[in-house]
Design a protein around this ligand. Structure first.
Ligand code: CUA
Length: 316
């Protein structure tokens, strides 16, 4: 990324970023100047008119000062009008989606993002877009309120259940940009992190043709499972080294007998893993919260076979 940003703000990665920053800078500086005038005026007059002797001095009888009153009415009015007109223009730029924008469906879910492209491809936690192209995001949540935030793009919009929200951006430079959830949404909120991959237009075309002709179909099952483990961000909750996160570690889990929250026991076999992915709430291992989202519709049968084959390789 060419524009690296500075101590105060991250680099400007989208077409709207300079507008947003300029307005922010104007409001910030105006507030700072007014603050300085008020505080220094306060100190100066406090010192100038301090009590010098014990005898009582009456305040002179001043009813008003027209010039002064006009100044402190007109200047703030002008400032407020500037901020209003400028802010409204920037608000419109941020909210009116250009007609030629490419639409991507964004779904927030505890605790990851899925992106659905018009050609049928779905990605998790990474949205891939071409540079210099307006991208429209049609967003909704499957559970609680999340918020889609890309600091470099100066774009932030709530993602709510049962309705759609819309935002858009046009990236100006290829690169990887952080994507954060900025609405506290539960245990895994801080892990709900993604990536916006901006590609040059010809790289994007290559990427599209690659994901189009299903490169996974001739991949061995264990490799496919490992790929899904990384791509679908399973590592957010399930480690490979035996340590405990939100969910149980996958290390050595296959073939183990687990105690469930309802007191019964279950053997971790192919059917248990399959059920845990498609209907996670059905059989919860004791002492873990019932928070795993369902992957129904996100994983094909072959994907499920791949994950099972991969978990089998993770011996003690
Ligand atoms: Cu989703 Cu915080």
């Amino acid at each position: 990324m060419e524009n690296k940003g500075n101590f105060f703000l991250p680099g400007q990665g989208s077409t709207v970023a300079p507008d947003v920053d300029a307005l922010f800078l104007f409001i910030g500086l105006a507030s700072l100047i007014i603050f300085a005038i008020v505080v220094f005026g306060l100190i100066y007059f406090g010192f100038k008119y301090r009590a010098r002797s014990k005898e009582v001095v009456l305040t002179p009888d001043i009813s008003h000062n027209t010039t002064l009153e006009l100044i402190w009415t007109i200047i703030p009015t002008i400032l407020v009008l500037i901020v209003f007109v400028w802010g409204f223009k920037t608000f419109l730029t941020l909210n009116v989606v250009p007609k030629d924008a490419i639409e991507i469906k964004v779904t927030g879910k505890k605790w990851f993002w899925t992106f659905d492209y018009s050609d049928g491809y779905t990605s998790v936690n990474e949205i891939v877009v071409p540079v210099n192209t307006p991208i429209k995001l049609l967003m909704s949540s499957e559970d609680v309120i999340h918020s889609f935030y890309v600091p470099n793009f100066r774009v932030k919009m709530d993602v709510v259940p049962n309705r759609y929200s819309v935002t858009w951006f046009e990236a100006v430079e290829p690169g990887d940009y952080n994507l954060f959830c900025t609405e506290y949404c539960g245990t895994g909120h801080s892990e709900m992190i993604g990536n916006v991959k901006v590609l040059a237009k010809n790289d994007f075309a290559t990427w599209q043709s690659q994901v189009g002709n299903d490169a996974d179909s001739d991949m061995p099952l264990e490799e496919l499972g490992e790929k899904i483990y990384k791509e679908k961000a399973c590592f957010t909750c399930h480690t490979l080294d035996g340590s405990r996160l939100v969910g149980p570690s996958l290390k050595g889990t296959f073939g183990k007998t687990e105690k469930l929250t309802d007191g019964t026991e279950v053997l971790v076999d192919e059917n248990y893993i399959r059920r845990s992915l498609l209907d996670p709430g059905a059989q919860i291992v004791e002492s873990y919260p019932p928070v795993m989202p369902t992957y129904q519709g996100l994983l094909s049968d072959r994907d499920l076979d791949g994950i099972i084959a991969y978990i089998k390789t993770l011996k003690q």
